[in-house]
Write a protein that binds this ligand. Structure first.
Ligand SMILES: [Zn+2]
Length: 145
């Protein structure tokens, strides 16, 4: 499955990806990161619909789901949920003691302070149909199945 959001030529650099030189970025255009393109207005709206559809609260996560996970503040990686530990008691977050939920990815157990905490799912075959349905009729995105 391939999802593409509508793009337009970057108005800052006119599509070249380059703009005036500065010492930290060289001539890379910061309007588009050097790609020469950025999301159109409809593309941005569609992207927001997609991003919202990929969010799930910690309490609804189930074993087997594929998630985007950033461990120890590193870059997000696709990881499959191998265990959900309900009812972590007396988990302390931001000075408050709350009941939390633990989610294990491989051998790493990550604790979430609130059951309402929002996590991000990764695109995988299990949810292709539902994502396709959500994006159907939305402007600014093309979905190839
Ligand atoms: Zn640009």
């Amino acid at each position: 499955m391939k999802i593409q959001f509508e793009k337009k030529t970057c108005s800052r650099c006119g599509g070249s990806g380059h703009y005036s030189y500065n010492p930290s970025d060289g001539t890379v255009c910061f309007g588009c990161g050097g790609s020469g393109q950025k999301l159109s207005r409809d593309g941005m709206k569609a992207r927001a619909v997609y991003d919202a559809a990929m969010k799930i609260s910690a309490e609804n996560v189930q074993v087997g789901m594929m998630m985007m996970v950033s461990l120890m503040g590193g870059p997000s990686k696709r990881m499959r949920v191998s265990e959900v530990v309900e009812g972590l008691k007396n988990w302390t977050a931001n000075g408050e003691t709350v009941d939390g939920i633990g989610i294990r990815y491989g051998d790493k157990l990550t604790a979430y302070s609130g059951k309402q905490e929002k996590l991000t799912r990764a695109l995988c075959p299990d949810i292709h149909d539902s994502i396709e349905a959500i994006l159907e009729g939305v402007k600014g995105v093309t979905v190839e199945v």
